[in-house]
Design a protein around this ligand. Structure first.
Ligand SMILES: Cc1cc2nc3c(=O)[nH]c(=O)nc-3n(C[C@H](O)[C@H](O)[C@H](O)COP(=O)(O)O)c2cc1C
Length: 152
């Protein structure tokens, strides 16, 4: 059976959606993995439990993740506790001028959930340059390939 990669993201505007599309494109290049994309608001604890790996995406708002992604963690934390140990995850963030606050706080929660960070986050500051879009594609492909071939 194919491994499952879940990409869950809140994309209120064009830049986060473009980054999410790039991550999805890269992930779907790896046919050995089934990649599912869901809006953060539509993502459930069952989705997190069913996935073999997860990519979280969000803009940085007020030095933090979006309320929508925080809502996902609020709704699912206890339902997932002790059931997602060492599950690989990665992050992508868009930001106007920083992005590190969102990453720091997502990583803090993921550490609490005992998820396993397996790749460095992709942070797109100010613009989505061709280089950052390539990095986003590579992030999706690397996680999809890693989980398919048991690298993590
Ligand atoms: C309410 C709000 C708060 C924001 N706070 C931050 C912030 O703390 N740090 C930052 O770098 N950018 C901040 N930004 C800029 C957004 O991160 C940026 O516009 C967004 O990532 C662009 O993606 P989008 O096109 O999907 O909206 C904020 C934007 C909004 C609307």
């Amino acid at each position: 059976m194919k491994k499952k990669l879940l990409i869950t993201c809140h994309a209120p505007g064009a830049r986060t959606q473009q980054l999410a599309d790039a991550v999805l494109k890269g992930a779907r290049e790896i046919e050995e993995t089934e990649t599912v994309f869901k809006r953060a608001f539509d993502t459930t604890a069952e989705d997190l439990l069913a996935a073999d790996a997860i990519i979280f995406g969000t803009p940085e708002n007020f030095g933090y993740m979006s309320g929508a992604l925080k809502d996902l963690f609020d709704r699912t934390f206890y339902l997932c506790e002790n059931k997602v140990d060492a599950k690989p995850y990665a992050i992508f963030v868009t930001a106007g001028n920083d992005g590190t606050g969102a990453v720091f706080n997502i990583e803090r929660i993921c550490t609490g959930m005992k998820l396993k960070k397996v790749l460095e986050p992709v942070i797109a500051v100010k613009v989505n340059s061709p280089e950052i879009l390539t990095k986003a594609e590579e992030l999706g492909a690397a996680l999809a390939a890693g989980v398919a071939f048991g690298v993590f």
